[in-house]
Design a protein around this ligand. Sequence first.
Ligand code: TYD
Ligand code: MG
Length: 462
Amino acid sequence: MAKIKTLFFCQNCGAQSAKWIGRCPSCGEWNTYVEEVIEKADTATANTAWKASTTVGSTPTKAAKPKPLGEILYEEESRLDTHDGELNRVLGGGLVPGSLVLIGGEPGIGKSTLMLQIAMHLGRLKVLYVSGEESEQQIKMRAERLGQQHAGLYILTETSTQNIFRQIDQLQPNVVIIDSIQTLHSSLVESGAGSVSQVRECTQELLKYAKETGVPVLLIGHITKDGSIAGPKILEHMVDTVLQFEGDRHLTYRILRTIKNRFGSTSELGIYEMQGSGLRQVSNPSEILLSQRSETLSGIAIGGTLEGNRPLLVEVQALVTPATYGTPQRSATGFDAKRLQMLLAVLEKRSGLRLGQHDVFLNIAGGLRLDDPALDLAVCAAVVSSLNDIPLAGEICLAAEVGLSGEIRAVSRLDQRLSEAEKLGFAEMYISQFNARGLDLSRYGIRVHPSGRLDEVLSGLF
Ligand code: TYD
Ligand code: MG
């Protein structure tokens, strides 16, 4: 009879324990331990090559020997072009053979749409799209909406990894897409689909398959409310690349962000727009973010920010009104609320503005969430513009950090921000005087105002 072993797993971080504990010693969360049954692997019937050796702690069959680094042969890995500029960018130049990529995102954000679209883009390759969430008909309907060629695309609606590997064995695909990892289950583990041990086991089997065959595997993973990929954090450690698909469900922009990448930079960003016929790549985001701008309104300032390696000009909107209730409200959408509080305090103390009796609302247009300190100056300008009800001239943009004593601090890669502003037809840019040093400002067709203090900037603007 199979020997049944149980362990307790933290559903938040994946830590394990032999007995139940109230508070996870690893992540500090309360009440997250759940008992999961683990059947010993040696008693299970192995029917695929990737299965038997997936047990953690099994002795390797072939012992590896240390090798001098100089003797290790290395070929520039030939990356697979996904025919999607934005995805290629976040992957660091294409899909690496044998890599395991996790695409996380909230339900309904468009993960399945993106993956199906990529599968169709891959054209001449044989792609297996495994769905545990939707029926064949539903996928077909979506594919019709996307309206592209899909000669080499195969759909499999299956959730058992053993059956999936059997099909993979027959089909021999070039790329495998799994929608989603939380729906898969392996017969090696007893607990239900989506539990920590199942997610870990299934990922391990897929990882082994990817590494042994060189076939890239794209996994879709759901995200919990607090922003982590549901189930274990260890999933993030196991895969090669973690991409996060985010955006406001009510707005059309979607951002694909690299969280981890073993084969490239993590500061990359892809931008898409959700349309009736699928996701469209947005190659020049600033133009769209600024398109709804009206020059005659107060409370708006344009900030020059960087998202990943990409310069972006965004519209910062502020609304400052006399507080109707006792405690004034401060609320920020797309910007850190604490940072807003800090900037308001600086404006009050260093520039003598009376904001204590005012409600302040801040919004970054386009549904973006930004944490670049270079937006500080634009936030201050938008607040002052709304407070005094004086609009800023339309061709002005700002890029500098504001310090606690009201000083204007330098930001990184100003040249990129300047070039972007120039490209989009801005005439003036306010920056820190420390940024201006060593930069040939005459090179840009834009008037640059280097400043040292917040007061200086405000008196220059209004
Ligand atoms: P979906 O890919 O199912 O999200 P996920 O897999 O992340 O849960 O995307 C669902 C949303 O996308 C749904 O609200 C409808 C919308 N959508 C479009 O706007 N246009 C399209 O062409 C498609 C296929 C979906
Ligand atoms: Mg889906």
